[in-house]
Write a protein that binds this ligand. Structure first.
Ligand SMILES: O=c1nc[nH]c2c1ncn2[C@H]1C[C@H](O)[C@@H](COP(=O)(O)OP(=O)(O)OP(=O)(O)O)O1
Ligand SMILES: [Mg+2]
Length: 208
C-alpha cells in the first residue's frame, strides 16, 4: 500500500536510469524516453536490461500494460513503466485493438498489417474510416503497488499510407484537425497530441 502523496518524492529521488521502460518496441521506447526526458527523468529500457518479453494474455489494454510493468518490476527490482497500445477501427468493431502488434506477425511487418486493415475495410460495405489510438500506461513499483492511465486520440484512416517518421500504423492515421498523418508530422507534434501524450499528461499530473 502506498498513499498518493509519497509517490512524487519516490520517483524524484530515483537515480538516473532507475526507471525501467518495460517495452521491447524501439519506436515506443524512443517516444516514452522523449516524454520522460521532458520531465527530467532518465530511464533504461527492458531490452537494455535483457528482460524477457512477456506473453500478453490480458483482454484489455490496461491488463496487458499491468502485466508487462509488473513483470519488469519483479525481475529488475526497479519501478517500471509499461505501455500497451493499439489502433481501434470503428468499422472493424475495434480491431485490431489489443491485437495491433500481433496483426504485424512475428516479422513485425506493419506494411502488411496496414494492408490488412485496408483490405478488411474495403470488404466491409459502407464502412466509415474513423479510428482511434489507445494508450494504457501502467507504473508498477517493486512493492507491488501499481497505477495506470489511459489516453486516446481520434482520427481517420488514409490510403495509401503517408510518411515514414513514425512506427506501426502511423502512416495511415490522420489525427482529427491535422493535415499530416502521424507518419508525416514532426515527432514533436505527435508527442503533443497523441494517445501516448494524453496518457502521459495524466501520469505526470498524478505521479510527478
Ligand atoms: O503511436 C503509435 N503509432 C503507430 N502504431 C502504434 C502506436 N502505438 C501503438 N501502435 C500499434 C503498433 C504497436 O506494435 C501496437 C502496440 O502493441 P503493444 O503490445 O502495446 O506493443 P509492442 O508489442 O509493439 O511492444 P511492447 O509490448 O514490448 O511494449 O500498436
Ligand atoms: Mg507487445
Amino acid at each position: 500500500m502506498s498513499g498518493e502523496g509519497d509517490v512524487p518524492q519516490a520517483i524524484r529521488k530515483l537515480a538516473p536510469g532507475k526507471l525501467v521502460i518495460a517495452s521491447h518496441n524501439q519506436g515506443k521506447v524512443r517516444e516514452i524516453d522523449a516524454l520522460l526526458r521532458d520531465h527530467g527523468i532518465e530511464a533504461v529500457s527492458a531490452g537494455a536490461l535483457d528482460l524477457p518479453e512477456p506473453e500478453e494474455t490480458g483482454t484489455t489494454f490496461v491488463a496487458n500494460a499491468e502485466l508487462k510493468a509488473m513483470q519488469a518490476a519483479d525481475l529488475s527490482g526497479l519501478p517500471s513503466l509499461a505501455d500497451d497500445s493499439g489502433m481501434c477501427v470503428d468499422a472493424l468493431g475495434g480491431d485490431p485493438g489489443i491485437f495491433s502488434a500481433r496483426w504485424a506477425g512475428a516479422s513485425k511487418d506493419f506494411a502488411a498489417a496496414m494492408q490488412l486493415v485496408e483490405t478488411k475495410l474495403q470488404e466491409t460495405p459502407g464502412a466509415g474510416r474513423t479510428a482511434h489510438f489507445v494508450c494504457a500506461l501502467a507504473l508498477a513499483w517493486p512493492d507491488g503497488h501499481i497505477e495506470w492511465f489511459e489516453g486516446r486520440v481520434d482520427g481517420t484512416l488514409v490510403w495509401p499510407p503517408r510518411g515514414d517518421k513514425g512506427f506501426g500504423y502511423d502512416a495511415m492515421f490522420l489525427p482529427d484537425g491535422e493535415t499530416e498523418t502521424f507518419g508525416e508530422m514532426d515527432p514533436a507534434r505527435k508527442h503533443a497530441i497523441s494517445h501516448r501524450a494524453d496518457a502521459f499528461r495524466q501520469l505526470v499530473a498524478a505521479v510527478l
